[in-house]
Design a protein around this ligand. Sequence first.
Ligand code: BV8
Ligand code: ZN
Length: 240
Amino acid sequence: MHSIREWLRDASSIAVLTGAGVSAESGVPTFRGGSGNNPGLWKRYRAEELATPAAFARDPKLVWEWYDWRRGLIAEARPNPGHYALAKAEARTPNFTLITQNVDGLHELAGSRNVLRLHGSIWILRCMECRREREDRRTPLPEIPPRCECGGMLRPGVVWFGEALPAKIWQDAEMAARSADLFLLIGTSAVVYPAAGLASMAKSVGARVVEINIAETGFSDSIDEFLQGPSGELLPQLMA
Ligand code: BV8
Ligand code: ZN
C-alpha cells in the first residue's frame, strides 16, 4: 500500500480502467456475481445473452424489461467512497484519464470530469430509425419498448456484445493507456475485450500496473501490485 501511494504521488500520467466492481458497494449488481450478490445479473439470463443486437431484434420487450429493471436499481444507487476518491485523484493529477466499462454514470455523479465511457450509458436512449439520442432518466419508463417522436423504436445507448466501441472514445482510451506510467485496474473481471486489453497495452509501454479487486482475476499474475479488498475502502486509503 505504501509504495503504491508513492507511485500515485510520483506518476506523471495515470490511466484507470474500472468495471462493475467499483459500483458493487453502491448496490449495483455486478455481471459475474462474486461479492455476495446474485450470480447472474438477472433471473435466468446472462448479460452475454441479453446485451446483444440479436436478443434485441428477437425480443425487444424482454431486453427492455432487463434494462428498465437495471435503470430502476441504478437510480437508487449513490456513488460510494471509491467513486469519490477517483474524482479527487483526477482533480490533483495533471494527466489522469478515467476509463470505465460501467454504464451507470456513478463516476460522473461523483464529480469525475474526464470519463471515457467505453460501453455507453444506460441513461441514453437512441432511435433505431432516425438515430437521434436523448438522455431519459425516468424509471420505470412509461412505455416498453420506448418510442421516438419519429415513430421508431428506441434502444439503450450502450455497446452490446458484437458491437464496435465508439471509435473516438476507444482511440482516447488507447492513447491514455499507452502514455500512462501508472495504470490502475479496478473492480473488473477483465474478461471483456477490447477493454480488458488496455492493461496489457499499458504494461507493454512500461507502465506500472496495479489491480484492486476483492478476488484475483485472469490478469492478476501479470501485474506489479495486487491490492485485495473492496475498492470503496481501498481507494480512499490510497488517495488520502
Ligand atoms: C467487440 C454494456 C467487435 C451493456 C457491455 C464471441 C462472440 C461475440 C463477441 C465475442 C466473442 N468472443 C469475444 C468477443 C468479444 C466480446 C467479448 O469480449 N466477449 C467476452 C464475454 C468474451 N466483446 C465485444 O463484443 C465488444 N465488441 O468486440 O466488437 C467489433 C469490432 C468492429 C466492428 C464490429 C464489431 C463489446 C463488449 C461490450 C459489451 N457491453 N456492457 C450493458 O451493460 O448492458 S460488457 C459489460 O460486461 C460491462 O460493460 C463490462 O465490460 C462487462 C462486465 O465486466 P466487469 O465490469 O468486469 O464486471 P464483472 O461482473 O465481470 O466483474 C466484476 C469484478 O469486480 C469482479 O472481478 C469482482 O471480483 C470485482 N468486485 C466485486 N465487488 C468488488 C469488486 N472489486 C472491488 N471492490 C468490490 N467491492
Ligand atoms: Zn427517431
